[in-house]
Design a protein around this ligand. Structure first.
Ligand SMILES: Nc1ncnc2c1ncn2[C@@H]1O[C@H](COP(=O)(O)OP(=O)(O)OP(=O)(O)O)[C@@H](O)[C@H]1O
Ligand SMILES: [Mg+2]
Length: 674
């Protein structure tokens, strides 16, 4: 027998009139009492065949990608190594970063040999673990550069001359919910895109297409054409943990357009989770104990992402997320913008403005020197070493420290640029430490990864902060917990491949499946519902009369199914229960909205401030008619009622949904992310 739903749902935007005509949903207590009189339920078959559901969570399943063909049928030997086994495949990890992107690959037959792509078009033979996330369009000779419809050639990564225009930080435009750093100008980006007749999605997919092409070419060179033709290639993409579900969806779409595979076959993993997978696996097992908490701090170009895990099993390694992940806009690019302010203050607004407007080469040279040399090598251990930043062509000015086209910077000046940003990162890590300790957890290590994370100065500052804790607070009655948790120094770890930890982790994840057994919600996730009006709880103005339930009802109440901080395992879905009424002839395609709230306390009722995560369109016509219940109002009006649930599964970087009626799953739910 169907049990009556404990919560039900109505679309927030539907007017009360529409509600009466469409979907009406009383609370369970009311249903039980009321429906006993009217229920003309028809008998149901005891079981139904199980229908396949769409799942993005199957790590090893999924379809092949463009460039890949059917599974290997006989053995092939590549020039230097792997023999394609029956189920052999190549896993490619792609880290599409704000400032730099990376690609790594592994053949499943030789799982320890993760290879990071290091040579790039335009790189002039110089290797780099990553390639700049920059793309530009040039118009073919003979066409007007201002004609958005003129044919374009693409330049990307290292292919630009220093002062050539290009799109930067384009990734940040995929997520409308994220605050943009001050240095990213939406107007300027929009103008550039308009000029070449492209959208953000076009630019992202063009970049990923270039990355895909270069990856396939590199792999073909590495493994040989016949091996590649026989071997399936699967892509795993990383996305920031703080990203909205619609931005993750946009990334999937762009990757699909780039040829990386069908969206069902593509896998997403959150960037800090991927970094954690790599670094935790790289730590010798005898240095890990059950109960240890590790905080992974992925400090990149734009953002700093944090995630914390507790070790729950060692062989094989399994972890659970132990604090709600956080993040902030305090990546390494902020150092460049603080440098910009520094230069402006030193040389004066007028000279600075003139240089930016008329001497792009001068500015680009100084900035490049700061980016590649000053900030990366900064270390306050050394003697007061002066740095000379080249600004060719700027006039000598003793007061400003300009001599022969060089701006002199002393250690204190560089420190004043770096320190506030490093401090922001430390504060974010401290937040995670406090959160774990408040719950009595033991924080064993902080793992620093990402481009900014590989900075020695950052490592030393972190170590100074967390590794030398002050004396415990005085207490007349010391407890073990106080001594062991509050005073313990935390080890700061700098893995070997800090800059490529994310992309290596993506590959491991694609190869080995999930080592994270549970995750925590970064926001409250919920749906709105209608229920019986209760004057002690609901404002009178919100009530409306339901002719089907013959009661005063109230809509737009919120049910937070997955509250912020709550744990969820990938295998166990969260069920949203619904009961819906259908008048004769009414469409059985229904829409429900999933909302999210970032505040710690989520509201009881719908408000415009909530994040609209996605609209779920469910086609209930796939449900056998016998599972609908014929009900009759006291006035003799007949309608059909159906109890069902939408099950939400949470993956590393994504949600998927299925319809369930009477314990049977149907592939009937389409999620449209906003
Ligand atoms: N030693 C260093 N000190 C400071 N910054 C560094 C150092 N090495 C690299 N960086 C910076 O790291 C950034 C690139 O790091 P990474 O590739 O992790 O970022 P990203 O993935 O592009 O950004 P995000 O993760 O925010 O999307 C660049 O801004 C670069 O200047
Ligand atoms: Mg990154």
């Amino acid at each position: 027998m169907n049990s009556f739903a404990s919560s039900s749902h109505l679309p927030h935007s539907t007017s009360h009139h529409q509600l009466n005509a469409a979907l009406e949903t009383p609370s369970s207590a009311y249903q039980q009492q009321h429906l006993q009189q009217t229920n003309t339920r028809s008998p149901k078959p005891p079981t139904l065949p199980i229908r396949a559901i769409r799942s993005n969570g199957n790590l090893n399943g999924g379809s092949s990608t463009r460039g890949s063909v059917s599974p290997v049928t006989d053995k092939a030997t590549t020039p230097d190594g792997p023999e394609a086994a029956e189920d052999g495949k190549i896993i490619v990890g792609v880290d599409f970063g704000t400032t730099y992107s990376g690609v790594a690959a592994v053949y499943s037959g030789t799982p320890d040999e993760i290879e990071v792509i290091k040579s790039w078009p335009g790189g002039n033979g110089i290797t780099s673990d990553k390639v700049p996330t920059e793309i530009g369009y040039t118009t073919a000779p003979g066409s007007s550069p201002d004609d958005p419809f003129a044919p374009k050639t693409i330049k990307w990564g290292f292919q630009f001359k220093p002062d050539e225009p290009r799109l930067r930080c384009i990734k940040l435009f995929l997520d409308h919910n994220q605050k943009l750093p001050h240095f990213v100008s939406p107007l300027e980006t929009a103008a550039q895109l308009q000029k070449c007749g492209k959208t953000v999605m076009d630019a992202v997919s063009d970049y990923l297409t270039a990355l895909y092409g270069h990856t396939m070419e590199t792999l073909t060179r590495r493994y040989g054409e016949s091996f590649m033709a026989r071997t399936k290639v699967e892509f795993v993409l990383t996305v920031p943990a703080v990203w909205s579900d619609s931005a993750k969806n946009a990334t999937l779409m762009a990757a699909e357009r780039a040829g990386m595979g069908s969206r069902e076959g593509l896998k997403l993993i959150s960037e800090p989770e991927a970094a954690a997978v790599y670094t935790l696996k790289a730590i010798q097992p005898n240095h890990l104990s059950i109960g240890d908490n590790f905080i992974v701090c992925d400090a990149g170009g734009g953002t700093v992402d944090l995630i914390a895990y507790k070790v729950v099993a060692l062989g094989p390694l399994k972890v659970e997320e132990s604090a709600v992940g956080t993040g902030g806009l305090c990546g390494s690019a902020f150092l460049n913008y603080r440098f910009e302010d520094h230069v402006k203050t030193r040389i004066g607004e007028a000279i600075y403005k003139n240089m930016r407007e008329n001497k792009a080469k001068t500015w680009n040279m100084g900035l490049k020197y700061f980016e590649e040399f000053v900030k990366r090598n900064f270390n306050d251990d050394e003697e007061d070493q002066e740095m000379n930043v080249p600004f060719p062509g700027l006039p000598d000015n003793e007061e400003a420290g300009l001599d022969c086209g060089f701006l002199t910077m002393n250690k204190a000046q560089v420190k004043s640029i770096v320190d506030p940003v490093v401090q922001e990162v430390i504060d974010l890590v401290e937040g995670q430490v406090d959160c774990i300790r408040e719950r009595g957890g033991l924080v064993s290590g902080i793992i620093l990864v990402g481009g900014f994370g590989q900075s020695n100065y950052m490592y030393k500052q972190m170590k100074a902060h967390f590794n030398t804790e002050g004396p415990p607070p005085y207490t007349s009655n010391p407890t073990h917990a106080v001594l062991s948790h509050q005073t313990q120094a935390i080890e700061v770890m700098h893995p070997m491949y800090a800059w490529t930890a994310v992309v290596r982790g993506a590959v491991i994840r694609g190869l080995e499946g999930d080592l994270v057994i549970s995750r925590r919600a970064r926001m409250h996730y919920g749906t709105s519902y209608a229920t019986i009006f209760d004057e002690t709880k609901h404002p009178l103005k919100d009530r409306y009369w339901s002719p089907l339930w013959e009661r005063w009802m109230v809509a737009d109440r919120m049910h937070w199914h997955w509250p912020k901080g709550a744990e969820i395992t990938e295998s166990k879905p969260i069920s949203f229960h619904y009961t819906r009424n259908f008048r004769p002839g009414q469409s059985l395609v229904v829409e429900d909205d999933l909302f999210a709230c970032v505040d710690d306390d989520a509201p009881d009722a719908y408000s415009k401030d909530l994040i609209h995560v996605c609209t779920l369109t469910t086609d209930l016509s796939v449900v056998p008619k016998s599972l609908f219940t014929r009900l009759t109002t006291t006035k003799g009006y007949e309608f059909d009622n159906l109890d069902f649930s939408l099950d939400m599964r949470v993956h590393s970087a994504g949600l998927d949904f299925s319809l369930k009626v009477d314990g049977v799953e149907y592939a009937a739910v389409q999620a449209k992310f906003h």
